[in-house]
Structures are given as C-alpha cells and as structure tokens.
Design a protein around this ligand. Structure first.
Ligand code: SF4
Length: 351
C-alpha cells in the first residue's frame, strides 16, 4: 500500500503549513503532485441533514422515510439505505402515520400540507440557508414584488423556493433567459438565487437583468451560500496550477457540477466529475504533472481519500493543501429531532 498523504483540516492550519512547507522545499518542477482544495466536501447543511437521518433511525428505529435524496450523493444515499432509510419521490408514497424527513434542498408549503393529510410525522432537514431564501421569497411576495429566481430549472431547491410564492416568482436559468422575462412593474423587481450556483455566472445573469431593469433590487445578503462560494474560491486557486482537475461528486449535485465548470474557466486544462476513484480514466493522466482535487458539498471525505490513494498508487504521492479560506459553520439539528432527543435524555435522567 502506498504512503498516505499528509492531511490537514480547516481547523488545523499548523498541519497545512507544515505540509505546504515540506512540499515547497522539495521543489515543484516536473514532479507529480496533487493540489488538494480546502474547504471541500461536506458543508454544514449536508452534515446536519445526514446526521438527522442517522439520529432519527437511532431514536425511532427503521424504517425512516426520506423524501428525495437527503443530499445529492449516491454513496451517502446507499449508506443510509443500508441503515434502514427508505427514499421516496413523493410524499404520497409514505404509509400513513410514518415518519418522513424532508431533504436539505427544502420543500414547498404544499409538501407540508400533503404530509399533514397523510398524518405523517415530519422532520424538516431543509438547510437553514435554503430556508433563508424561502423567507425572502415570502417577504418580497407579500410586498408585491415580481421575484426573479436565478437557478436551474427542475432542481429540487428551485421547485421548493418557487412553491413559496408561485404567483410572484419567475425562474431565470442564465443570461439567455433574460430577454424573455415579463414583469408587471419594472420598478418593483427583485432577484433571488439558488444557493449552489456559480458566483461568476450568477453575477453575469444579474447584470443582464439590470440591463433591462435598472432599479432591480438585490437580496439583503448573498443567496449563494458560504460553502458554495468557499469551494469555488479554492478550486479557482487550484485550477490555475493544475493540468487536470478531478471533482468528486454526483452528476445531480449542482454545486459539484459548478466546481468542474469553474475549474475549466480558471486555468485547468482538463476537468472531470467523478463519483469515486473507480470512475477515473487512466488516459486522463497522460502528460499530467499536477492534479487538482476537490469535492462537492454533499461528498464525504472517505471518497476523496479513495481518489488520493488511487493517485498515490500511480505516483502522485505528493499532496499540497490549497486553502484560501477557512470554514467553521455548524447548524443545530432539526427542531423536531432536538425536542425528542431532549425529552428522552430527560427521561433517562429521571429514571
Ligand atoms: S450547499 Fe449551502 S445551502 Fe446547500 S446544504 Fe450546504 S450550506 Fe446549505
């Protein structure tokens, strides 16, 4: 087995500096190396959603129903299925009286109503940063704005946000959509966005909208979440020096797809999205000296470790961490789960 690469964590900058110093000392000309982006992988919203399913299985026992993939990652979904989670496409597929968890991408109010009709107990694992966008949509709809939601048609998050105020929201899927937008009052238009878009592309779309509606209102704070932005910042730095960039993530993971696109527009000569090491094509490595590596916000680090091991076995043993930003975000578990965990803990104390 080849040597494991030196690893660091966002909370351990000392390790990062040591790794970087050692790598710099060895000289970089012509040597095979991996530039490992940080931050990468699990964001606070995904971490919370996955733990919510695990805790629910422990607390209430299997099966626990989950509406849609809890996060867009095949490995995570399969692992939870093995533990007793059942993933369903529609709320109606959950038997009456059972527990259903809503995924990190959020759901429209109509889905809560369906659950109520089916007498289901719900745990809402919607990421708080998606909930923030839902609240903005509700607020601007109440103020009678036309809301231009920048996002990808058919994405679960966009469906959920649009469902908060369908009469007021128009989806804008890139600058090409802007010329077809129709609003009631050009003076009363606001834009919001999906949380996992490319920052650069979104700003292009906003500029195009501003060209048509100069008084366009912007949301009070960024809708593209901190995790998406940080992973894009890191991949830009990695891509500038990489012949090949590999991003670990599933094809239906918006933020993972954006990472590959961002790498290719910021200097990477080649880039691929892979679910794991078994999807790497050896031919991609022909003539490659520097491999950039990152992972989407729904990807556990065990999959990145697999890719590092695969590369190490082929001579890319030298790993440098590229960490332009640090992350410390954490979210508490969904309130329904916290309530029941607290109640059980209190019972145990009394007993
Ligand atoms: S990518 Fe951002 S919005 Fe989506 S779950 Fe993670 S932190 Fe939340």
């Amino acid at each position: 087995m080849s040597a494991r690469p030196a690893r660091t964590s966002p909370d351990n900058p000392a390790t990062a500096s040591a790794t970087e110093t050692a790598s710099a000392a060895s000289g970089s000309a012509g040597r095979r190396r991996v530039l490992l982006a940080a931050p990468r992988g699990y964001c606070a919203g995904v971490d919370r959603a996955v733990i919510a399913v695990e805790k629910a299985l422990e607390q209430y026992g299997a099966p626990i129903y989950v509406r849609h993939e809890i996060v867009h990652n095949k490995y995570v979904v399969k692992t939870l299925e093995k533990k007793g989670a059942i993933f369903v496409e529609e709320t109606e597929a959950v038997p009456e009286g059972e527990i259903v968890i809503f995924s990190a991408h959020g759901v429209a109010p109509v889905v809560h109503e369906e659950a109520e009709r089916g007498k289901l107990a719900t745990i809402d694992a919607t990421c708080p940063l998606v909930t923030k966008v839902h609240k903005e949509a509700v607020r601007y709809a109440k103020e009678d704005y036309d809301i231009l939601l920048i996002g990808h048609e058919g994405h679960e998050e966009v469906i959920g946000t649009s469902g908060e105020a369908p009469e007021h929201i128009t989806l804008v899927d890139g600058p090409g959509d802007v010329e077809n937008i129709e609003v009631r009052d050009p003076e009363k238009v606001v834009w919001l966005s999906q949380t996992t878009l490319s920052v650069d592309e979104t700003m292009e779309t906003v500029e195009a909208i501003q060209g048509r509606y100069p008084n366009l209102l912007s949301p009070p704070s960024d809708d593209i979440c901190y995790a998406t932005q940080n992973r894009q910042t890191a991949i830009k730095q990695v891509a500038a020096d990489a012949d090949l960039v590999l991003v670990v993530g599933s094809k239906n993971s918006s933020n993972s797809v954006r990472l590959v696109e961002t790498a290719l527009t910021h200097g990477a000569k080649d880039g691929h999205l892979i679910d794991g090491a078994d999807e790497i094509d050896e031919a991609w490595l022909e003539g490659v000296t520097t491999v950039g590596l990152s992972s989407g916000a729904s990807v556990p680090d065990v999959l990145v470790d697999g890719v590092l091991e695969w590369l190490s076995e082929r001579g890319w043993e030298d790993v440098e961490i590229v960490q332009p930003v640090k992350e410390h975000m954490q979210f508490s578990l969904p309130k329904e789960l916290r309530r029941d965990l607290r109640a059980e803990a209190a019972q145990k104390t009394q007993g």
